[in-house]
Design a protein around this ligand. Structure first.
Ligand SMILES: [Zn+2]
Length: 185
């Protein structure tokens, strides 16, 4: 491990040691959003918040793509702040894990801890995930029905048009035949 990487881990471990230990992997979604917005504001006081916020999970990073910020609360505060400091640091046009990045990340950690966002009170289970399957299934049924009705309507109109056209053609054929009966006989 290089010197800077050594320092990096040591300095950040020290910073995070100030937070309640059981809170590190207990990220409240609402606090995560507040924290990332506040840290952004801290770095870029004159910029408006530009991102749409979404939540992600598993091993994914907290990162921005096409103006959508995906926040992963599952990996705990250290990862969340580390990932976000990468983004902020990159926005400053600096290299990852440079000294300024380290300083920035430590300040971010201290800021988050200072605001009391690392807390031991269990994070509420996101309501969405629990009801999602049922709600999503119901929504799917409804939209399926709507699509089917639309298709039926389309086919019905096509059928109506075809029937009308057929009548017109029959009439025309009869008239034409009548007119040229001798030649067509
Ligand atoms: Zn990194």
């Amino acid at each position: 491990m290089t010197q800077i990487a050594n320092d990096y881990n040591r300095i950040l471990s020290k910073a995070w040691a100030e937070a309640p230990r059981e809170g590190i992997h207990n990220v409240w979604r609402q606090d995560a959003v507040k924290a990332l917005k506040a840290l952004f504001k801290r770095e870029f006081p004159n910029r408006r918040w530009p991102y749409e916020v979404k939540f992600t999970s598993g091993n994914r990073y907290t990162w921005v793509r096409y103006h959508v910020l995906s926040i992963n609360c599952d990996r705990g505060w250290e990862h969340l702040v580390h990932d976000w400091s990468h983004w902020l640091n990159q926005m400053h046009g600096r290299k990852p894990h440079c000294e300024e990045h380290l300083r920035l990340e430590r300040q971010c950690a201290q800021f988050v801890i200072g605001r009391g966002w690392v807390k031991t009170e269990a994070a509420p289970v996101p309501v969405q995930e629990k009801t999602d399957k049922v709600v999503e299934h119901y929504k799917r049924l409804l939209s399926n029905k709507a699509a089917t009705e639309k298709r039926l309507f389309k086919h019905r109109s096509a059928l109506d048009r075809a029937e009308k056209r057929l009548k017109t053609l029959d009439r025309d054929i009869r008239a034409y035949y009548k007119k040229y009966a001798e030649r067509l006989a």
